[in-house]
Design a protein around this ligand. Sequence first.
Ligand code: GDP
Length: 446
Amino acid sequence: MAPNPLIEAFTNLVSRIRGLNYIDETTLKEVLREIQRVLLRADVSADVVSSITKTIEERFRQEKPPQGITSKEFLLYLLYQELVKALGGEETPNVNINKKPYRLMLIGVEGSGKTTTAAKLARFYIKRNLRVGLIETDTYRPGAYYQLKQLAEKINALFYGEEDSRDPIAILRHGLEYMQRNKVDLIIIDTAGRHRNEEELLREAKAIYEEAKPDEVMLVIDATIGRQAAAQTEAFMKYVPINSVFLTKMDSTAKAGGALTSVIRSGARIKFIGIGEDIDEIEVFNANKFVSRLLGMGDVDALIEKIKAIEEEDKIMEEIEEGKINLLTIKKQLDSMMKLGPLSKIMELLPTSMLPMQYRAVMLDEGRMSSAQEMLRKWRHILNSMTKEELLNPEVINASRIRRIAKGSGVTPKDVKELLNYYQLMKKMVNQIKKSRRRLGRLVGE
Ligand code: GDP
């Protein structure tokens, strides 16, 4: 996405937070006010803004930053999380076509970018090896027929339209027959975006809907209209059930925040965004990706990854402390370690206090770090070759299983045994810790 005013405002906000020496009562209030200003400028409605900043403030006061994370990094993380939540959460929309032929009907007002979007979608699915056909039913705007026909030729999609017809339903029927004959997998139906009045436009959309019996109705909305997107969505919803939304022109507006949050609040699901005039400038909408781009690429991404891995690590530690240890615990631990980067960095983050002194010394020895890294890589391969049963109940792993696992992961049986020894050691350690805790508990009269 090209740099746009929205991204600029948010990246400035992030640099401001990063530039703080420490966060006290005054700076916290200031930063929260700044977040409010930026969101309001992005056209997000006042109540949504207030709920986002209130939650950030509460969480900042109540939750403890994970080990190794500064309070300003934590504030950034909370900002990221609450924005993702306001944009519909972490889940990525499902854009798979699981029925053939699949009928996708596009509706939206003129100028929203509907015709361009029809071609963008066709190209998106052609690239995924589907046979795609476009039907133009707009008889109101004279240019629509040629515009879509030309775009279809450019991207090698089938096209059906009737230049001189005034009957959208007849065009639709003929178009559907033509597409079925040509064994098209995905039929995209473009509709009119303007009429003598709004009422007529909506009635026509309804008539086409009833005739086409589409598998999905996608509403195309211009993001530059900001918060008004909700009213537009609701107007269409009264006539035709809306299954998904395509927000166009996300590249050229500072009001995208308003468009996104208001559409989400109206209950519609945003599936795609348009990020430029070019036919390839289409993206599956992903709140995580959108927010991390908003807050300034890479930088925040790395922080989020780090915090997530630390949280995962903490969860595993909790499980271990509860005495639930098996090879799956070790596998999860290795996976999250790998995400955190080189071992030497991880050691700064790990709650090493859990480990006995002599073990800590070995782990922290720089010279042994790289061979340990190598060993961990091997262990991950080994764990990936194990069955769920073996991971959950390592006691079942006998000599023949060891041979199978070694073969599957390209290591020697000795390597597998080493991992199993490590597991036994961990288990013993955990039990010892639990025992000494119990003893301590008795001493202090718990
Ligand atoms: P329709 O009247 O709804 O069919 O709209 P058109 O497809 O003719 O598009 C209207 C204008 O919006 C054209 O100039 C398109 O190039 C432009 N447009 C469509 N999608 C995008 C987008 O994602 N970003 C930008 N910057 N322009 C877009």
